[in-house]
Write a protein that binds this ligand. Structure first.
Ligand SMILES: Cc1ncc(CO)c(N)n1
Length: 221
């Protein structure tokens, strides 16, 4: 199996995630500011836990080659991606330590601890099945928004988000990560018990992504 089998096995949820109203409003520049602010603060907290989960991949790796492949994402998360969120939140007068002191919303706790638990209880493949919807999904969304006819490119307050996730650094990082996941999945049959367990983990994380967008939209109610 490969990552495409994981996506195909939860196609409806996958589309609900990658084409969520939050994403469309962000692309069109119409997303309410409280929604974006809440999302970005929660995503900062998400990324902190997500960096821990990538560090766990190094711990769970059995070979040096797998350990090395897990390292660049830890680096990219701690520098570029979290860096973007901190600097954007700086426009609202929030510092990194303000962000670290924000309370985690329920969806943030649920998603991040689910991923960490899948990895701690399982092996590196279980961990990557839980991590994959994040990276592969955001890369797909970034590519879609970069070419979509109805993306607002001029004076869109969320342009930096689109640039981050459609940009070369993120796209290349995800392409490398996805190739690694595919290598690890290659020896597993999607219809085996093991394959179905991985599908379950991947689709649960995908549902958590939908809830994460919704958590942002709901902050404007
Ligand atoms: C919730 C979520 N999923 C995926 C990504 C991409 O890393 C992110 N920043 N946040």
């Amino acid at each position: 199996m490969n990552h495409q089998d994981l996506i195909n096995a939860c196609r409806e949820d996958w589309d609900a995630y990658t084409q969520h109203a939050f994403v469309q409003q962000l692309a069109q520049g119409t997303l309410a500011q409280p929604s974006y602010l809440h999302y970005l603060k929660q995503d900062f907290l998400f990324l902190k836990q997500y960096a821990r989960a990538h560090a766990l991949a190094i711990y769970k790796a059995r070979t040096l080659a797998d350990m090395r492949k897990a390292l660049p994402s830890v680096h990219a998360l701690l520098d570029s991606e979290i860096g973007h969120h901190v600097s954007y939140c700086g426009n609202w007068g929030l510092t990194e330590s303000d962000l670290e002191a924000e309370p985690e919303d329920f969806g943030t706790v649920a998603y991040t601890r689910y991923v960490l638990d899948a990895g701690m209880a399982g092996d590196i493949v279980d961990l990557y099945a839980a991590l994959a919807p994040c990276s592969i999904g955001y890369a797909e969304i970034g590519r879609n928004l970069a070419v979509a006819a109805n993306t607002k490119r001029v004076d869109n307050p969320f342009a930096s988000w689109i640039e981050l996730y459609s940009g070369d650094e993120f796209q290349q990082g995800v392409a490398q990560g996805t190739a690694h996941i595919d290598e690890l999945l290659a020896e597993i049959d999607v219809n085996s018990q093991r394959g179905q367990n991985l599908v379950h983990v991947f689709s649960t994380a995908t549902r958590m992504e939908i809830a994460f967008w919704q958590q942002g939209l709901d902050a404007d109610k």
